[in-house]
Design a protein around this ligand. Structure first.
Ligand SMILES: NC(=O)C1=CN([C@@H]2O[C@H](COP(=O)(O)OP(=O)(O)OC[C@H]3O[C@@H](n4cnc5c(N)ncnc54)[C@H](OP(=O)(O)O)[C@@H]3O)[C@@H](O)[C@H]2O)C=CC1
Ligand SMILES: O=C(O)CCC(=O)C(=O)O
Length: 479
């Protein structure tokens, strides 16, 4: 039995009386490590340590905070090969995707190192004589960050970096499925000289650690990425405890393909958006809404390219699609493949694949002849599956694109400036792409959606300050 990776509480590593095994979805006989499973008491201790450290960290010079984030970025870059291996091994995304995500995390820390120095306020004239008004932003305090398994280093990075940059103390709870990348990130932040209590890692079950975070009065706000049902529960808990809340959840993102689209561009955007990273992105293109004139040529070429995708072990060179992340997730995907057939779709692909290891491999799937009201076209699957919905014209495409409970990202493939312009204007999603996949976003601009996809203010870019700071309005009488 090897060592158990521990939680980081108040600047010290701490074990737990329970632990979880981290196994690779490419081969479940590959035991990556054993990770401490924290309890409510660990959250309470982390909250005490963070609350004690908060005033000093909030008052630290922005240069001190910027320097810490710069050191973290440099260390992520120095260890990028090792981190990417861990990410690919524990989450199952193929190595080039894992390396891309690791680099994205380093960029995020570098970006927020700069943001620490750029936090601005306002000076306004009062309506009263000899009175000055200043509007400033202060750290929120202690924040709880709850992250999913599908981007185990980028999502933690885009929550932790702004939290620290703007002077908050952090309690970070990663998904139980992917504690390895989170643990390396914690080692890096700790090893980069982060003061005790400013950053805490509490691994463990969401139902235990996450709920304790929601209830703890010392935690001023929670930033969450994950599923809609957990988000709903969290929102109720945060409302009851008067906590600030920011949530990014699911999507059923439409990609519209117009008759006037460049076929190669459309196929490439849809192939990437629907199937890369095994479709396990909240921004995945899971509804392909295709105009009738291009439909048959588009389906023929997309099917050909989909069937040629190399699916296999995430660490095997040349693979394009890794395994599904877990047995649970695979079971869900396979049940949606069966449902799509029951609902009357012609299903291409979607079966379980044997790749010679004990892994969760599934071939990518297209649900042809889909209708937007089908459950398989309305519910988030979070796997390598996309519904193809045929439409007559632009208006019908826009109507169906918006006819969903979600509103995270949307896309259109077209060579018409008018279609692009109208789609950007009328899409009900928070992020709109033209001739680009619906997934794969920049790290320095706001990220988030509308309707059931998001709650609260935007993540990433300078917009992140909205969540991680609290506004103060100060009046001075100088008479
Ligand atoms: N929008 C997105 O980016 C993502 C969306 N999803 C969607 O969610 C589905 C399920 O994925 P899953 O990872 O299980 O998502 P969850 O919402 O279950 O998990 C996300 C995070 O929340 C934690 N959590 C679970 N229960 C609670 C709770 N009661 N209070 C506080 N935190 C909690 C989880 O902990 P733990 O897992 O450790 O128990 C994890 O860290 C996917 O099929 C997909 O549809 C999933 C991932 C990302
Ligand atoms: O598409 C992206 O780049 C980000 C997607 C994401 O954040 C998610 O799936 O959780």
């Amino acid at each position: 039995m090897g060592k158990t990776f521990e939680n980081l509480i108040g600047g010290a590593w701490r074990g737990a009386d329970d632990a979880s095994e981290n196994r690779s979805p490419s081969d479940v006989t590959d035991l990556i490590g054993t990770y401490a499973r924290g309890r409510a008491q660990d959250v309470a201790d982390a909250a005490s340590a963070a609350a004690a450290a908060a005033p000093v960290w909030a008052a630290a010079s922005p240069q001190v905070r910027a320097d810490l984030l710069d050191r973290v970025a440099a260390e992520i870059t120095r260890r990028e090969g090792e981190i990417a291996q861990m990410l690919a091994r524990e989450e199952g995304k193929v190595l080039p995707e894992a390396l891309g995500e690791t680099r994205r995390a380093a960029h995020v820390f570098r970006f927020f190192a700069g943001e620490a120095l750029r936090l601005t306020g306002d000076a306004l004239a009062s309506v009263r004589p000899d009175v000055d008004v200043e509007v400033t932003r202060e750290a929120l305090g202690v924040v709880g960050l709850i992250t999913p398994w599908n981007f185990p280093i980028a999502i933690p990075a885009w929550k932790i970096a702004p939290a620290l940059a703007y002077g908050n103390c952090v309690i970070f709870k990663p998904a139980e499925l992917t504690p390895g990348s989170a643990h390396i990130l914690a080692e890096i932040i700790h090893g980069s000289g982060c003061p005790a209590g400013v950053f805490n890692l509490v691994m463990g079950r969401g139902s235990v650690v996450g709920e304790a975070m929601t209830a703890d009065p010392r935690i001023a706000g929670i930033s969450f990425t994950g599923s809609v049902p957990v988000g709903r529960q969290l929102a109720a808990g945060c409302a009851a405890n008067m906590k600030k809340l920011q949530m990014e959840m699911g999507g059923k993102n439409p990609m519209v393909v117009m008759n006037d689209a460049d076929l190669a561009t459309a196929v490439s955007a849809c192939l990437n958006g629907a199937f890369f990273q095994t479709g396990q992105r909240c921004t995945a293109s899971s509804r392909l809404i295709v105009q009738s004139g291009i439909h048959d040529a588009f389906v023929a070429e997309l099917s050909r390219q989909m069937q040629a995708l190399k699916v296999g072990h995430a660490l095997t060179e040349g693979m394009q699609i890794g395994p599904v992340a877990s047995q649970n997730q695979l079971d869900g995907n396979l049940s949606y493949v069966a449902l799509a057939a029951e609902e009357g779709c012609e299903v291409l692909g979607g079966g379980r694949l044997d790749r010679g290891t004990d892994g969760y491999f599934q071939s990518p799937a297209l649900f042809l002849g889909a209708r937007n009201m089908m459950r398989s076209a309305r519910e988030e699957i979070f796997g390598p599956c996309a519904s193809v919905i045929k439409v007559d014209d632009f208006d019908e495409a826009v109507y169906l694109a918006n006819d969903t409970q979600f509103g995270l990202s949307s896309g259109i493939c077209t060579t018409s400036l008018r279609h692009a312009r109208e789609f950007k204007r009328h899409s009900s999603a928070g992020m709109v792409m033209v001739n680009l996949p619906t997934a794969g976003v920049d790290y320095h601009v706001p990220f988030g959606g509308r309707k059931a996809s998001s709650f609260g203010s935007r993540e990433q870019g300078s917009y992140a300050a909205e969540f991680y700071t609290s506004v103060k309005t100060a009046y001075t009488f100088a008479g």
